[in-house]
Ligand binder design. Structure first.
Ligand SMILES: O=C(O)C(=O)C[C@]1(C(=O)O)C=C[C@@H](O)C=C1
Length: 285
């Protein structure tokens, strides 16, 4: 008989039934199909608290949303990653997002409020305006948390996954309510321990001093080494208006010589550089 592996606790945005939970359990299942791995799961009340749990060493691994195909970056994740020290991206997980409208109300007309995570509300904004013109959208910490309002107030609705509606035993009134087809969210698996350097993509971020060429020079460093970018995103540095942090995803692994050389040069060309790590993408269905 073989010994079962020691369980690894993975933090995620809870409560049970979130998309983050689906990404986390999907990742753990995949990993245990590759190696002796046993995941146990710990929900946190917000994305920031989930990342803080990894940074403080409370849990060795967390899974957080980074980017959505309709709504773009999950800004809390980027801002918190920039603020915290010592976090390493290990893996990307792509999860299809299929939102439903959950309510105890008999018809759409009687719904006064629609609760969900701000990302989910934004991904369904046009549908809400068309089908619930009189309902007030109100943000919650997660899609699953939104369902607790529906349990207590019959004239309200929530946007979540169908799986979450089943879990909380609540009725679904409308399906397929995302504003664009193929809605998909990319999550990152993040660890406190530096990962192996393998992976086809590398995530970095840097701040610059606001002067001519301060973005051009780092981009030239990457272009000169034939490193393609698959994403660039700016976020306010929070030091003052017009001061930014740039988040980049490189189509090159951290272990590659060209990446090592580019990162060494980048350190001299930017103010602060953070290398989050290299990752491959796991596509869940
Ligand atoms: O609220 C959830 O269920 C989450 O997992 C968070 C989150 C996000 O922040 O993007 C994850 C996937 C969907 O895009 C909507 C919400």
């Amino acid at each position: 008989m073989t010994d079962s592996p020691h369980p690894i606790t993975i933090g995620y945005l809870g409560p049970a039934g979130t998309y983050a939970e689906a990404a986390t359990t999907g990742y753990a299942q995949w990993r245990s199909s590759q190696e002796a791995f046993l995941g146990e799961f710990r929900p946190y009340p917000s994305i920031a608290k989930t990342l803080e749990a990894a940074a403080s060493g409370e849990v060795p691994l967390v899974v957080v949303p980074v980017e959505n195909s309709i709504q773009g970056s999950v800004t809390t994740t980027l801002d918190t990653l920039w603020q915290l020290e010592g976090l390493h991206v290990q893996q990307a997980v792509l999860l299809p997002i299929a939102h439903v409208l959950v309510t105890q109300a008999p018809t759409l007309k009687t719904i006064t409020t629609v609760y969900s995570h701000p990302q989910a509300l934004a991904q369904c904004q046009r549908w809400i305006e068309t089908h619930l013109p009189n309902a007030k959208p109100l943000p919650t910490n997660s899609t699953a948390e939104a369902l607790t309002n529906v349990q207590e107030q019959p004239q309200t609705a929530a946007i979540s996954s169908e799986r979450a509606a089943q879990l909380y035993d609540l009725p679904v009134l409308a399906r397929d309510i995302s504003d664009c087809p193929d809605n998909c969210t990319r999550f990152w698996v993040i660890a406190r321990e530096p990962a192996h350097l393998t992976g086809s993509h590398t995530a970095i971020a840097f701040s610059t001093i606001n002067r001519p060429g301060s973005l051009l020079q780092p981009l030239a460093t990457l272009a000169e080494r034939d490193i393609n970018l698959c994403r660039i995103e700016s976020r306010p540095s929070k030091r003052g208006l017009g001061d930014y942090v740039f988040f980049l995803d490189l189509e090159a692994g951290q272990q590659e010589a060209r990446t090592q050389a580019a990162l060494a040069e980048l350190r001299d060309r930017v103010e602060t550089l953070k290398v989050f790590g290299s990752y491959d993408a796991l596509k869940l269905t």
